[in-house]
Design a protein around this ligand. Structure first.
Ligand code: BTN
Length: 247
């Protein structure tokens, strides 16, 4: 059995500002990869694109993982894909759900976001010194209490109709992540598996990128994790952004 990296060391906190920040501090102090920091509550949880990520205390999976992958910085997106795939595979295997993905790394159930992933990297010279994978999975609460979010976001409890054992889910996620990380460290790209789970390919989308709104067809995701947006006869390659599928 190969050595487990994810969850080699797990630190649990009652209340933190952001688990990503605690992992960054540990990384800067030389902590080895595999450290997981999990919290019952985040007071300053962060999402992508400067958004806040605040969920009711004790209800959900909120954790950050430190990785030191042997990858060039331009391949850092492989880790985002890995994290999204690990969550999707966990929901499928443990709860028999049928998740899909939304570029770059949201996990959806019934078309609504159930999990967000925030990756933060430190690049030193030409190398990826470390990557922090911050995972927020909405579990045991209902979005009905948040009418402004309910059209776009969901929780496992809302989909399943019952509460889920958080420790089992966390264990399964770390196990799934470990298996995928071994493949990444062997130089494999998971882009084919990632692409196969994307809900939006071939569909008209709107992308918000650095204050600009772009519209087109979501044509593909390339090996570097960039979204290829087809606009008439041109193609735009996007490295980041927020996608809305146009219905
Ligand atoms: C997003 O979809 O915008 C990403 C959300 C990421 C939230 C997680 S919760 C654990 C970790 N700590 C944070 O402050 N953010 C991430």
């Amino acid at each position: 059995m190969p050595e487990q990296i994810f969850g080699r060391k797990i630190s649990r906190f009652d209340q933190v500002q952001s688990t990503n920040d605690l992992v960054r501090d540990a990384a800067e102090q030389g902590e080895a990869e595999g450290l997981v920091i999990a919290a019952q509550e985040q007071l300053a949880g962060r999402g992508r694109m400067g958004r806040r990520w605040i969920v009711p205390r004790g209800t959900s999976l909120q954790c950050s993982i430190l990785l030191r992958p042997p990858l060039a910085p331009q391949h850092a997106s492989r880790l985002m894909q890995m994290a999204a795939l690990a969550v999707a595979r966990t929901l499928e295997r443990e709860l028999h759900l049928q998740p899909t993905l939304k570029w770059p790394n949201d996990v959806l159930l019934d078309g609504k976001k159930v999990c967000g992933i925030l990756t933060e990297s430190s690049i030193v010279g030409e190398t990826l010194a470390y990557v922090i994978l911050g995972i927020g999975l909405n579990v045991n609460y209902t979005m009905r209490a948040y009418p402004e979010l309910a059209p776009f976001a969901t929780t496992l409890q809302d989909v399943l109709g019952y509460a889920v054992e958080l420790p089992c889910l966390e264990r399964a996620l770390l196990h799934e992540s470990d298996a995928l990380y071994a493949r990444i460290c062997n130089g494999e790209s998971l882009v084919d598996e990632y692409r196969a789970r994307l809900a939006m390919l071939g569909q008209p989308i709107r992308v918000l990128e650095r204050g600009e709104i772009l519209q087109g067809i979501a044509e593909d995701v390339d090996a570097d994790g960039a979204l290829i947006l087809k606009q008439d006869d041109t193609r735009v390659k996007l490295l980041a952004g927020d996608v809305t599928i146009i219905k």
